[in-house]
Design a protein around this ligand. Structure first.
Ligand code: CA
Length: 611
C-alpha cells in the first residue's frame, strides 16, 4: 500500500542515483538521547535491503550488530547511543558502487515532557470514533476500505482527535484530570476498524483520526487544561491488515501462523499451579480473534521493536500514562520486560493493565511488588479493578448474596486488598468500553446511578468514567459493543441534543451532569480521598459505610441500598466519628448531625465531610 509508505519525516538522499531507493521505512522514525538504555534497534524495510551493507557516520553513534530475518526485505540495525549527542547522523547503505544515505534524527529529551497519573486523578475514557467529529474531511480516506457509516453500530462514525481537542475545556470543567483515549493507531481493516484494537502500523495514527502531529498537539493542548493523556496500547496482537502480513520479517513473528487457532481465553493458566504447557500455550499463543494475528513476543527482534514503540510514543507525545490491553495474553515474561524497560526510563510514570478477572488473587499477580508463588516478578504499577467492579455490580443489581447484606460482595472484596502491593494504584470503574454502561446496568435508575458515581468518586484507587456516563448514556435492549459506544450528544452537527452546551438534554440528564461535575470538582481538591486511609464497617441490611481519613480530614460515605428510609444509631462508627458532631454533604450542602442517629432516604448516598 503505497500511501502508507510515504513517511514525511524520512529525508532520503540518494547518491549516486543508480538504483531506485529501496528504503521504505526506518522505525522508530526518530529517537532521543539521554535514555538509560543506550541501545537502539532500527528496523529498516525495503526491497532486498538485507543485501546492502550498512555503516553509520557521525554524532558518536556506532553499530553494535546487524540482525536479519527470513525476509530479505528487512534489516535490524542495533546502535550504541551511549556517546551520542542530540542532532542527526547518517545511516549509510552500500552495495557494489551504489551508496544511499538516510539521515536519522536524535532529539534532546525535554524535562517534564512526560507526565503521570495517580489517585488524585479521575480518568475520562473516550472512544474517539464516537466522541466528537471535529474534522468531517477525514471521515473517509482514499485507500481505506472501511468508510463512514453512522447507521452501522460497528461502522465508522467520523469522530477524531480534532473533536477531542475542541472539547478539552468541557472535559476539564467536568472535573476530569486525565483522558484515556481508545487506540488511534492505523487500523487498515476491511470493517469494524473504528475501535482501534487491530493495529496495522505501530508508528502511524489512523488518518481517519488525524495524524501523529495532531495527536502530539492534542496532548500539548490538554496539558494547558491540566489534562494528561493516557495512551491505549496493544502488544498482544495486530490486525490482519498490518503491513507485516504481506512480508513477515521472520516466520517466528506470529504464533500459530498456520492453524490460526483462537485463544482458549483460559487466562488463569498464567497463575495455575496445575497448568499444563499445552493449556498455557493454548491461551497465550492463540489468536485473540481470527482477524487479530497473535504476536510472538519471545522473538527477540519483535520484543525490542514493541518496547521501543511504547517508549517512542511516550516521549513523542508526552504521555501521562499507558493502558495496556489484554495484559495476560502476551508472553508474560515479555510483559515483565516491557514494563520494566518503560519504568526504567520513567520511574514516576504510571500504567494500568487489563486483567478482566473477578479474582483479586489473579489481578494482583501482575502488580509491581507482588511476591508471587511461582517467582514471577512484575514491573507493572497498576491494574484495572475488575473484581471490585463486578462486586459493585452485584450490589447495584441487588443480586442476593450468599450471606449477610446486599453490600457483602463489595465489603468482602475490599477485604482482599491485602493481596495487592498497592491497592491505591488500581483504576476503579463502574464500566468501560467493553461492558454495558452503568446506567444500563442499573436499569436506568438514577438513584442507583448516583450511588455508583459517589462510590467510585470516594473509594480508594483512581476512578475511570466512560464518556457519556455523566449524561446517562444508555443502550437498553442490547449489549452490542457498537451500541454501547454510542455517539456523544453534541459531537455531531446533526445532533438535536448537545451535552457540551446542555441544549436539548432532559432534566434528569442535566441533573446527572451537574452531579458529576460537582462531585469530581470536589474530589479534585479533597486530598483525603487522594491519599487518605480507608476504613469500612460491616454492612448491616441495606446500609454500608466507609471512611476516608487522614491527620486533617475525615469523609464519611454512607449508602442505603433499600427502598425504605432507614434511621440508625451511629454508635458502631464511633471509632471514626469520635470528635465529630456534624457532617456536610458535598453534593447537597445539607448539614447533618452524626452524634446519635442518621436518617437515610431510600436508595441514597451521603458523602459527608465531618466537622
Ligand atoms: Ca472526522
Amino acid at each position: 500500500m503505497k500511501f502508507r509508505a510515504i513517511a514525511a519525516w524520512l529525508l532520503i538522499v540518494i547518491s549516486p542515483a543508480v538504483l531506485a531507493d529501496p528504503i521504505e521505512r526506518v522505525e522508530p522514525p526518530s529517537w532521543w538521547t539521554g535514555f538509560r538504555h543506550t541501545e537502539l534497534q532500527l528496523l529498516v524495510h525495503g526491497d532486498d535491503i538485507s543485501t546492502w551493507s550498512t555503516s553509520v557516520d557521525g554524532n558518536g553513534v556506532s553499530i553494535t550488530r546487524i540482525e536479519k530475518g527470513d525476509s530479505p526485505n528487512y534489516l535490524f540495525i542495533y546502535l550504541d547511543l551511549s556517546d551520542a549527542q542530540p542532532g542527526s547522523f547518517d545511516l549509510v547503505f552500500s552495495k557494489s558502487d551504489e551508496r544511499l544515505t538516510h539521515t536519522y534524527e536524535l532529539r534532546e529529551r525535554v524535562p517534564g515532557h512526560v507526565g503521570t497519573y495517580d489517585s488524585s486523578d479521575v480518568i475520562y475514557l473516550l472512544t474517539p470514533d464516537r466522541f466528537a467529529n471535529g474534522n468531517p474531511a477525514n471521515d473517509n480516506i482514499e485507500g481505506y476500505a472501511d468508510k463512514l457509516d453512522r447507521d452501522d453500530d460497528y461502522g465508522r462514525h467520523g469522530g477524531d482527535l480534532e473533536g477531542i481537542r475542541r472539547h478539552l475545556d468541557y472535559i476539564a470543567d467536568m472535573g476530569f484530570t486525565r483522558v484515556w483515549i481508545n487506540p488511534v493507531l492505523e487500523n487498515a481493516m476491511e470493517r469494524a476498524s473504528y475501535h482501534g484494537y487491530s493495529t496495522t502500523d505501530f508508528y502511524r495514527v489512523d488518518p481517519r483520526f488525524g495524524s501523529n502531529e495532531e495527536y502530539r498537539d492534542l496532548v500539548a493542548a490538554a496539558r494547558k487544561e491540566d489534562l494528561g493523556i493516557i495512551m491505549d496500547m496493544i502488544v498482544n496482537h495486530i490486525g490482519n491488515g498490518h503491513w507485516w502480513m504481506d512480508d513477515l520479517p521472520a516466520n517466528t513473528w506470529l504464533n500459530l501462523p498456520d492453524t490460526r487457532s483462537v485463544s482458549t481465553h483460559a487466562r488463569t493458566a498464567n497463575q495455575d499451579p496445575y497448568a499444563s504447557e499445552f493449556d498455557q500455550s493454548g491461551h497465550a499463543d492463540g489468536w485473540f480473534v481470527d482477524t487479530m494475528p497473535d504476536l510472538n513476543q519471545r522473538e527477540a527482534l519483535l520484543a525490542d521493536y514493541l518496547i521501543q514503540n511504547a517508549i517512542w510514543w511516550t516521549e513523542y507525545l508526552g504521555l501521562s500514562g499507558i493502558r495496556q490491553d489484554t495484559y495476560p495474553y502476551p508472553d508474560k515474561h515479555f510483559m515483565a520486560e516491557w514494563s520494566r524497560r518503560i519504568m526504567q526510563e520513567y520511574p514516576d510514570f504510571n500504567m494500568a493493565g487489563e486483567e478482566w478477572s473477578p479474582s483479586p488473587a489473579i489481578v494482583s499477580y501482575w502488580q509491581r511488588g507482588k511476591k508471587n508463588h511461582d517467582g514471577y516478578v512484575s514491573y507493572l504499577p497498576g491494574l484495572f479493578d475488575f473484581p471490585l467492579q463486578i462486586a459493585m455490580q452485584r450490589v447495584l443489581t441487588n443480586e442476593e448474596p450468599p450471606w449477610g447484606s446486599v453490600w457483602t460482595p463489595v465489603y468482602e472484596m475490599l477485604g482482599h486488598d491485602f493481596l495487592y502491593p498497592d491497592p491505591m494504584n488500581l483504576v476503579i470503574m463502574p464500566d468501560n468500553h467493553d461492558m454495558s454502561r452503568i446506567f444500563t446496568q442499573v436499569g436506568e435508575d438514577v438513584d442507583l446511578w448516583r450511588m455508583a458515581m459517589a462510590f467510585y468518586a470516594t473509594m480508594r484507587g483512581i476512578p475511570q468514567i466512560f464518556y457519556g456516563t455523566e449524561v446517562l448514556m444508555s443502550h437498553p435492549g442490547t449489549d452490542s459493543h457498537g451500541a454501547l459506544r454510542g455517539e456523544f450528544p453534541g459531537g455531531w452537527p446533526d445532533h438535536e441534543r448537545n451535552a457540551f452546551t446542555g441544549q436539548g438534554l432532559a432534566q434528569q440528564e442535566r441533573d446527572a451532569q451537574a452531579f458529576t461535575r460537582k462531585l469530581l470538582n470536589w474530589r479534585k481538591h479533597a486530598t483525603v480521598i487522594h491519599s487518605g486511609k480507608l476504613m469500612q464497617f460491616t454492612p448491616v441490611g441495606n446500609v454500608y459505610a466507609y471512611f476516608r481519613y487522614d491527620h486533617d480530614d475525615t469523609v464519611m460515605v454512607i449508602f442505603n441500598r433499600g427502598d425504605d428510609t432507614v434511621e440508625f444509631d451511629t454508635a458502631r462508627f464511633a471509632e471514626r466519628l469520635d470528635g465529630f458532631t456534624h457532617g456536610t454533604d458535598v453534593i447537597s450542602g445539607d448539614r447533618v448531625g452524626v452524634t446519635s442517629t442518621l436518617k437515610l432516604d431510600p436508595l441514597s448516598v451521603l458523602v459527608l465531610e465531618l466537622e
